[in-house]
Write a protein that binds this ligand. Structure first.
Ligand code: CA
Length: 241
């Protein structure tokens, strides 16, 4: 089945251009020209991926992204005309799986779309599987429980809300317990091998994860190995509770 992609872009020419390219690649497409229409469509319909411009009339892209992640998490690639690092960090933190800076080469956008679809195969589908009640696909660390198919994280029963990228990072570290992973390895696993970003984005995610888990529950889960990378080791006895 072809992936369904919503293109949210107020520049008519660019929107049409992207649409034609995506259709040529065999994707099903839909378009929205402003923030409100985008949010409306995204909540009503089911898309595998949303390409979301940040500078939009009505409701800006970051706001659309925040509301969407709250009500109906869908993989989003941000289209940003700005070079401001804060916009990108804010976007990734709000749950975007990737971003691309305008003007971009269409080949790069298509590559990022392929990676995003590979890394985030239909979150909705995963959510319906959650009700099965089986314990398969659960990673634990002390009182931490990561439900992979359900995309949920709990610490001693407290729900922790993670963005897609933070979730992937935690999953990767837990699946490689006691193995020190370099920033390059983490970048490849979390962002996809075609991701062209810098490895210091990994430090940003580690900081977010620590702020949401280590700092809140007073544990030392994620350890820094200076000059090498990061590792989650077996929990110490007091963290095993
Ligand atoms: Ca725009």
């Amino acid at each position: 089945m072809e992936a369904r992609i919503l293109i949210v872009e107020d520049e008519e020419k660019l929107s049409r251009f992207i649409e034609l390219e995506l259709m040529h690649e065999g994707y099903k497409t839909d378009k929205a020209g402003d923030g409100r229409m985008a949010l409306d469509k995204a909540l009503k319909e089911s898309y595998d991926l949303i390409l979301l411009d940040i500078m939009l009339p009505g409701l800006n892209g970051l706001e659309v992204l925040r509301r969407l992640q709250k009500e109906k998490p869908t993989p989003v690639i941000l289209l940003t005309a700005r070079d401001a690092v804060m916009d990108k960090v804010a976007g990734l933190d709000a749950g975007a799986v990737d971003y691309i800076t305008k003007p971009f080469a269409i080949e790069e956008l298509l590559a990022r779309i392929r990676v995003a679809l590979k890394l985030h195969p239909m979150i909705q589908e995963n959510q319906t599987r959650r009700t099965d009640g089986n314990k398969e696909g659960i990673l634990t660390w002390g009182s931490l429980e990561v439900d992979l198919p359900g995309h949920q994280v709990h610490y001693a029963g407290h729900e922790i809300t993670l963005t897609n990228r933070e979730f992937m990072m935690l999953k990767t570290l837990l699946e490689n317990r006691n193995i020190v992973l370099s920033r390059e390895t983490l970048l490849e696993k979390v962002c996809g091998y075609e991701y062209l970003g810098e490895t210091n984005v990994i430090d940003v995610y580690i900081r977010y994860l620590r702020a949401k888990i280590d700092n809140v529950f007073s544990v030392k889960m994620i350890q820094t190995v200076r000059g090498v990378g990061y590792v989650i080791k077996d929990p110490s006895p007091e963290e095993k509770v």
